[in-house]
Ligand binder design. Structure first.
Ligand code: AMP
Length: 283
């Protein structure tokens, strides 16, 4: 695997593949790679000749009181993992390469729908940071396909919508959620979870699954289902940010006759914020 730290270096290299008619799959990440990330790379290689992964901890998508400075940066072990994977090129820019004019005056990409609910409600500006950096990365890599994890369901939905709205010539591909043995969705932020909390955090996935089962069984009292789930999270000693039954595509609160439903949840442990989701189709 070859590493590029500059946009021009990566572009020059990728143009040789494009001239040969080879397709390019792209997996953007913030590093601290786990098996979920590596599965995305494997999936990208199945349908593309060349796979580019990026590692960039994007300050623009972190709020002032969030964890940008303590986000785990594990370049050496990430490279070792990528070397063993199907990744051909790693793009690893620094802040100056991505934001040469600074963050404050950076042009932004705004996706007005779907970004002020769920995680967007508790993390104002987060999705603007995501859509901006992903647009920049798409312009740098110019991939045929970009692979995103369903783990970050709202992010995937927003990027799909942005790509459609802006006619971006890239196919957005969804990859399934990779989980630990007890069901906890893998995440770089799982390292923040305290040892004593770890056995209990699976409650997030459990409450979402319970809601999905109830809906499939015909229980359409969404407000009560959401409330009971939040109570159970609280009972385990965590603070629920939201548990919401949403329309899978618009992410607006689901109506009782919606057929495509996604149940999304976020909760705070003492030092981590965890998210998860489950989708159901009622047809
Ligand atoms: P991150 O490094 O957390 O920004 O994630 C980079 C990409 O990996 C995003 O598309 C995430 O949705 C995806 N991803 C993160 N965790 C998982 C997981 N447990 N399973 C599948 N994809 C994941």
């Amino acid at each position: 695997m070859q590493v590029f730290r500059t946009i021009s270096g990566l572009r020059d290299n990728l143009s040789t593949h494009r001239i040969r008619g080879q397709s390019i799959g792209f997996v953007p990440t913030m590093g601290n790679l786990h098996d979920g990330h590596l599965a995305l790379i494997k999936q990208a290689k199945e349908t593309n000749d060349i796979v580019v992964c990026s590692i960039f901890v994007n300050a623009l998508q972190f709020g002032l009181n969030e964890d940008w400075d303590k986000y785990p940066r594990t370049y050496d072990s990430d490279c070792a993992k990528l070397d063993q994977s199907d990744c051909d090129y790693l793009f690893f820019p620094d802040d100056g390469e991505m934001y040469p004019n600074g963050l404050d005056t950076q042009s932004r990409v705004i996706c007005p729908t779907m970004t002020d609910v769920l995680c967007g409600a508790s993390r104002p500006g987060h999705f603007e940071g995501v859509t901006t950096v992903v647009s920049k990365l798409f312009n740098i890599v110019q991939p045929d396909e970009a692979i995103f994890g369903i783990k970050d369901y709202q992010q995937l939905a927003v990027i799909k919508r942005m790509s459609q709205d802006l006619c971006l010539p890239v196919k957005i591909v969804a990859a399934p959620i990779h989980r630990e043995a007890d069901g906890l969705a893998m995440s770089s932020r799982n390292s923040y979870i305290k040892k004593e909390e770890r056995p209990k955090v699976k409650v997030l996935k459990e409450v979402l699954e319970l809601i999905a089962q109830q809906i499939k069984a015909g229980n359409m009292d969404f407000i009560k289902l959401e409330l009971e789930a939040k109570k159970r999270i609280q009972f385990e000693g965590f603070r629920a940010d939201y548990v919401t039954i949403s329309h899978s595509k618009t992410l607006q609160p689901a109506a009782i006759d919606d057929r495509q439903i996604t149940v999304l949840g976020a909760m705070y442990t003492e030092s981590a914020r965890l998210i998860d989701n489950i989708s159901i189709c009622l047809d």
